[in-house]
Design a protein around this ligand. Structure first.
Ligand SMILES: Cc1cc2nc3c(=O)[nH]c(=O)nc-3n(C[C@H](O)[C@H](O)[C@H](O)COP(=O)(O)OP(=O)(O)OC[C@H]3O[C@@H](n4cnc5c(N)ncnc54)[C@H](O)[C@@H]3O)c2cc1C
Length: 390
């Protein structure tokens, strides 16, 4: 049986960067993944938005760390992950949204975010041709942006291999073996892997993995679709978010990728729970209507492809990070909802620091100052709050 300091279950948005940072910190690391390669779970469904613009301090800090890592990736590692610092533009067409966005500004600024309210003319400059009828303005955070989720996972996989991580692909977890109140090993289809610490980074399947460990975790898969157009000449920079709900959708957001395509996504209303991966016939007409109402000039764009994936949802829209009460060597890094891609690099780096700093269930942040991550994102919190910008 192969033995490691840390065994990560899931080579996705969280597991791959986490494995790299742990190996870089000197741990012997294995990653167990049911798919044939990295990033083939929900990571590949992510459209690549990366923002530190959130409503709570823990996510702001984690994503600020992700932004620091991703924005310097090319210089530091010489790998292009199609990062583009286009900013995020939340547009407001009604007083309710204007009030909600403005009310978050002081907390966001206090957390160090470069974000401000911009008037209608600035919105129209940032998104030339956007409908100005009823436009009240918006918030703009120029330091946010987007990157390719596929290239980012591939880059981290390459770095992780270089740092000595062992990946076990095509190996679904079938059992976790416990003795003396601790997990001693995991069994997959063809392997048995023992370890000191087991990290649940299984995304939309994190509840099932927790159950195998004899624990429970409230993660529920929530279906979302996205699409991509043909590439066109660059005509705007920010990720535009229109959060006005209508009868069949919530947030609608899109950006122009570094390679020219418009990549878009919409939040269905009501939420669609489950694991169905086939694209629906209702998604594109819904998007087209919202898109043309908001920005008529987009009408000439040809859509090339749509796809469907799952948000690994927690009850309140915040991630679930922390040790299982019953098992001192089982750590959850799951429930990333619609933001796992943007959380991955930052959370990976922060968790690796905590583990290197002597993390234990009673003091999960070890000697680091990241205690707030475990406090705010504890899987055992009350779930009373709701993430405003989820
Ligand atoms: C349409 C869409 C658009 C999105 N856009 C964005 C975006 O712009 N920005 C953003 O930040 N996020 C976005 N997301 C959300 C993002 O994709 C997820 O939050 C993120 O991928 C979750 O990361 P994860 O590592 O937890 O899960 P995953 O990336 O799914 O990784 C989990 C891995 O665990 C493996 N696994 C599961 N069970 C087992 C098992 N039993 N044994 C072995 N392996 C197992 C899976 O195969 C998978 O590879 C989007 C999601 C969708 C669906």
């Amino acid at each position: 049986m192969k033995s490691y300091d840390i065994v990560i279950i899931g080579a996705g948005s969280i597991g791959v960067p986490l494995s790299y940072y742990c190996a870089k910190r000197g741990f012997e690391v294995a990653v167990v993944e049911r798919e044939a390669s990295w990033g083939r779970g929900q990571n590949r469904a992510a459209i690549g938005g990366l923002r530190a613009t959130h409503s709570d301090p823990a996510k702001i800090r984690i994503c600020a760390e992700s932004l620091r890592i991703v924005s310097s990736f090319k210089e530091e590692y010489g790998i292009d992950i199609e990062w583009r610092k286009g900013g995020y533009l939340y547009v407001a067409y009604d007083a309710e949204r204007e009030k909600a966005f403005k009310s978050l500004l002081s907390a966001q600024k206090a957390a160090g975010l470069d974000i401000d309210w911009v008037g209608p003319s600035q919105v129209a400059e940032l998104a030339p041709g956007i409908s100005t009828e009823g436009l009240l303005g918006g918030t703009f955070s120029p330091g946010d942006g987007y990157a390719s989720s596929l290239m980012t996972a591939t880059a981290f996989h390459r770095l992780a291999l270089g740092a000595g991580v062992d990946f076990f692909f095509g190996e679904p977890l079938v059992d976790m073996v416990a003795s003396g109140g601790r997990i001693s090993s995991v069994r997959t289809a063809h392997e048995s892997v023992s370890g000191g610490l087991f990290i649940n980074a299984a995304g939309a399947f994190a509840a099932e993995v927790a159950e195998l460990a004899g624990s429970s975790l409230p993660v529920h898969p929530d279906c979302h679709e996205a699409g991509v157009t043909e590439p066109v000449e660059r005509f705007f920079e920010p990720m535009v978010v229109d959060s006005r709900p209508d009868a069949s959708s919530g947030n609608y957001y899109f950006y122009q990728a570094a390679t020219g395509q418009i990549v878009f996504c919409i939040t269905p209303r009501p939420q669609i729970w489950g694991r169905e991966k086939a694209s629906t016939s209702s998604f594109l007409p819904l998007c087209a209507r919202r898109m043309l109402e908001l920005w008529p000039r987009l009408r000439e764009l040809k859509v090339r492809r749509t796809w469907r994936g799952m948000y690994p949802m927690s009850p309140d829209g915040f991630p679930l990070v922390g040790y299982a009460r019953e098992l001192p060597n089982f750590l959850n890094a799951a429930g990333m909802c619609g933001q796992g891609f943007m959380m991955g690099p930052g959370l990976g780096s922060i968790l690796a620091d905590c583990l290197a700093g002597g993390s234990t269930p009673s003091r999960p942040s070890g000697s680091t100052e990241y205690g707030f991550v475990f406090e705010e994102l504890s899987p055992y919190r009350s779930f009373d709050a709701v993430e405003v910008l989820k």
